[in-house]
Design a protein around this ligand. Structure first.
Ligand code: FEO
Length: 397
């Protein structure tokens, strides 16, 4: 990307990771970016660094704007290695810079990289740092999504550098929201929320309220992944409020796997029953669809129906993996139901139900289990289950 200006003397100096497809288990079909920003004033601040293997590219981008010796501050909004992996080398090269971070950020930096060669200045919510005409204001955002997470706000330019929040795993030669396909952008923003931020939904709502009460009204939201929101930052804020509140539509997601197609036949019958009531249905057959895709579909669904054949008296391994992933993310206010086929012994439906119960999910008790191959009567029961689930979610607000 050519030099990108967010405002006068505020530059994007990040890197584009076009080729990453697996971000610690999150399938990133459109790559990602590690966004860093350089703010030039009487004093100069670098906001966030990048993944370790892109260190030299970041340094090159910095050098294209200023001599690294001139940089006074490295703001570390978040210590996860995709934003701090380059920090040890960057701190060495920016030899006059002080690291500015939260108290917990300092602890995390030391736990990751030791303390040798680092000069720290810790900040908390409400603290400011004057660079000259520009002022940085800090807002701690613990558990969004790490304890150390922090936002940096450029007061005069109204630019919120919020690290992971409002990001997308989307590699793009275009830097801004108004330059990319809006449908792709919102799809990736939703995928990111569904697969990373879902467990923190209540905190997100509160943090947005707190930021508004502090008088922060950004005209630009500059996350650490993906494109920058400048056309309508309110759009992504509203989307986060909706997703955090569990706002959903009349949609059912059927996630399943199958061994000899019995569970597949059941899934199709359930799907037809649900669709006959006019609700949207998405089928995610594991091994064809990833957990990442399934959770993205679930984000705005009111119900999830999970199917698994029984293998060795347990859930099929891909379904067990999905249940582990989904119960960790805990999507809000969904109605869950289970089905599956078995041979000589049951186990899958019981296993899925127990996992869901432990996670506190709302469970529809009309689970269906079929021995070996579903016959016409079994498939009629499956059709009725789909219909019943659809009718019930349509009655939900
Ligand atoms: Fe993009 Fe939590 O790191």
């Amino acid at each position: 990307m050519d030099k990108v200006n967010l405002a006068e003397n505020i530059f994007w100096v990040g890197v584009i990771d076009w080729n990453i497809r697996d971000f610690h288990g999150y399938i990133t079909n459109r790559g990602t970016q590690y966004n860093s920003y350089l703010i030039r004033d009487d004093k100069i601040a670098l906001v966030d660094t990048v993944k370790q293997n892109f260190t030299e590219a970041l340094l090159e981008n910095i050098r294209s704007i200023t001599n690294p010796d001139n940089i006074n501050y490295i703001i570390v909004n978040h210590v996860e290695p995709d934003h701090s992996g380059a920090l040890p080398e960057v701190a060495k090269q920016l030899k006059n810079a002080v690291i500015v971070c939260s108290e917990r950020g300092k602890d995390a930096i030391i736990e990751h990289y030791g303390s040798e060669g680092f000069k720290f200045q810790t900040v908390k919510t409400g603290d400011t740092l004057k660079l000259g005409a520009k002022t940085l204001s800090f807002v701690e955002a613990p558990m969004l999504h790490w304890p150390d997470s922090m936002f940096t706000y450029v007061v005069e330019d109204k630019i919120l550098m919020c690290n992971d929040a409002f990001g997308q795993h989307l590699a793009s030669s275009q830097a801004f929201d108004d330059e990319v396909d809006p449908a792709v952008l919102m799809e990736e923003a939703g995928r990111y929320f569904a697969n990373i931020l879902t467990p923190f939904a209540p905190l997100i709502t509160r943090k947005i309220q707190e930021v508004v009460q502090m008088g922060i009204a950004p005209v630009i939201i500059a996350p650490s992944h993906g494109v920058i929101w400048r056309k309508n930052p309110g759009k992504i804020i509203q989307a986060y409020l909706d997703w955090s509140a569990g706002k959903a539509k009349n949609k059912i997601v059927i996630v399943y796997d199958t061994m000899w197609n019995s569970t597949d036949k059941m899934a199709r019958a359930i799907s037809e029953g649900a669709a006959s009531e006019g609700v949207e249905v998405k089928m995610c057959k594991l091994r064809a669809a990833t957990n990442t895709e399934a959770m993205t579909e679930i984000l705005e669904a009111k119900a999830v129906i999970v199917g698994s054949p029984t293998l060795n008296n347990q859930m099929f391994p891909t379904v067990a993996c999905f249940m582990n992933y989904a119960t960790g993310l805990k999507p809000k206010d969904k109605l869950w139901c289970f089905f599956g086929s078995y041979g000589w012994g049951k186990g899958a439906v019981k296993g899925m139900t127990e996992e869901a119960r432990k996670a506190g999910f709302e469970i529809h008790e009309a689970a269906i289990e079929v021995r070996f191959v579903p016959d016409a009567a079994d498939l009629a029961r499956c059709f009725e289950l789909g219909k019943q689930m659809a009718t019930e979610i349509k009655a939900k607000p």
